[in-house]
Write a protein that binds this ligand. Structure first.
Ligand code: NAD
Length: 481
């Protein structure tokens, strides 16, 4: 396949692709070389008002659309995503930087999520509660919450959007999505698949622009009943507070600083390369990326050696080139943020086992980095690096590992490797995280809940729990003759 030309992206409002009211656009850059590859339309206030009105009307249509019809449309959209995967993945790689194989996996995974929600659309069951007196029916009814405002990030532009859109549409909600301006064209592919599959005009709207202007216009508006955000903790707290002031329901999927706990009885020769691959997926720009590698003392040196070698061997380059295993970071700001955290740590005595520098002068490439000798007072041990950086720290015993794992305000993913079922079960009990994967990498499937606790947010985005976020509970009791 020849690489498709990168497309410009317009707004999708009320069933039509449209320019912003002022005709303004934002540049889209290829992170490989910083070249402008396209433009994305910038929404003005009047565009948002049109989107709100369209979503309000769309909700009236969609809530009355039979669940079976909604299910069929979502399934069809999944099929279209699968059929269009090669072109969509190439577009995603050009704007985001991830290797084509990862981009393809994201597109296919998103098709699967659509198919999962197509099934769940048919299962928004209520229930009957036995009455206290004869001649009464007590029922619990699940209803869609209404119009949703969703904000999705650039690291997984399609799958972060599909998790929200799949659940919301399955539940019968309508939506306005603000996807990331850095990566606009791949969410537009998802939008097109849903439109082609038959989602009626107004039900799903897609906008881009100045994030703060859009969230501050949409969230307080009475038409919007639910807010869902994936992104950083500070922005999440800001939006949750705004939503709280207007009593909107909220789902927050925020950052992490995941511990990966490796006990001395684990098989280091297989765990070290497995975790290295996991760390470098999407160049570490993953909210569930393992970041603090807590390794029990007797195997620390062996783990550090094998892990650093596996990280150093990764082939870095343009994600479109065959064989590339890690691409550039998404933008120059991210490279700078990672560099600052690493420099701060090395100034305070952290040792660079591999990496620790930019690659070349073009594009946003940063050499995957492994640091040891890290201490808990370093910024990097407290702030999410969101890049290709692994922090190695030894621990003595179970209690010390658990205390370090739980030290931070984050609580998203956690990883553990041990042959001791007892250690893993104790960890499952004690870990303050939304997810724990032990002795394999098993997170983020369509059918399993995905979400965090503490500063990492609230609400789950996968599994049957994902539907709850978009459903209200109505109690209906009826005395009949
Ligand atoms: P950022 O905090 O500037 O933005 C994060 C996301 O929020 C972006 O998609 C942005 O468009 C959006 N955003 C920012 N301000 C907003 C506002 N006022 N209203 C609505 N949306 C707003 O960070 P960044 O430099 O783009 O990304 C780096 C950080 O973001 C990382 O440290 C990471 O914690 C976080 N992040 C997390 C995820 C995730 O999957 N949880 C994804 C992407 C980024």
């Amino acid at each position: 396949m020849t690489t498709p030309t990168y497309p410009d992206t317009r707004l999708y409002i009320d069933g039509a692709w449209t320019d912003g009211a002022a005709g303004a656009t934002l540049d889209v850059l290829n992170p490989v070389d910083g070249r402008v590859i396209g433009r994305v339309a910038k929404a003005e206030e009047s565009d948002l008002e049109r989107a709100l009105e369209a979503a309000r009307r769309g909700f009236e249509v969609w809530r009355r659309t039979p669940a079976l019809t909604r299910s069929g449309i979502l399934r069809k959209a999944g099929e279209l995503m699968r059929a269009r995967a090669p072109e969509t993945a190439a577009i995603l790689t050009q704007e985001q930087g991830k290797p084509l194989a990862e981009a393809t996996a994201e597109v296919l995974g998103s098709a699967e999520i659509l198919e999962w929600f197509a099934e769940e659309a048919r299962r928004t069951y209520g229930r009957l509660i036995p009455p206290r007196t004869d001649g009464v029916i007590q029922s619990v009814i699940k209803e869609p919450v209404g119009v949703v405002a969703a904000f999705t990030p650039w690291n997984f532009p399609i799958s972060q959007m599909v998790r929200k859109v799949g659940a919301a549409l399955a539940a019968g909600c309508s939506m306005i999505v603000k996807a990331a301006e850095e990566t606009p064209a791949s969410p537009a592919c998802l939008m097109q698949a849903l439109a082609d599959a038959g989602v009626p005009a107004g039900v799903l709207n897609l906008v881009y622009g100045v994030p703060a202007e859009i969230s501050e216009r949409l969230i307080p508006d009475p038409i919007v009943r639910k807010v869902s955000f994936t992104g950083s903790v500070p922005v999440g707290k800001h939006l949750a507070a705004l939503a709280g002031r207007h009593m909107k329901r909220v789902t927050m999927e925020l950052g992490g600083h995941s511990p990966a706990i490796v006990f001395a009885d684990a098989d280091i020769s297989s765990v070290a390369p497995l975790l290295a691959r996991s760390k470098l997926r999407n160049a570490g720009q993953v909210c569930v990326s393992p970041t603090r590698f807590l390794v029990q003392k007797p195997v620390f040196d062996e783990f550090a050696d094998r892990f650093a070698k596996a990280v150093a061997a990764v082939k870095i380059g343009d994600g479109l080139e065959a064989g590339t295993e890690m691409g550039p970071l998404v933008n120059a700001r991210r490279v700078q943020a990672v560099e600052e955290l690493i420099n701060d740590a090395t100034r305070q005595g952290a040792e660079v086992l591999t990496g620790g520098e930019r690659i070349g002068n073009t594009g946003n490439f940063y050499r995957p980095t492994v640091l040891s000798g890290v201490t808990t007072d370093m910024r990097i041990m407290n702030e999410e690096p969101f890049g290709p950086v692994a922090l190695l720290a030894p621990f003595e015993d179970f209690d010390e590992a658990l205390a370090e794992a739980n030290r931070l305000p984050f609580g998203l993913a956690s990883y553990a490797f041990s042959r001791s079922g007892k250690a893993i079960n104790r960890l499952a009990e004690g870990i303050e995280a939304g997810m724990l994967t032990a002795n394999h990498l098993g997170l983020a499937l369509a059918e399993t809940p995905f979400g965090g606790v503490k500063d990492s947010g609230y609400g789950a985005e996968g599994g049957i729990e994902a539907m709850d976020a978009y459903l209200n509970t109505k109690f209906f009791t009826h005395a009949y003759d």
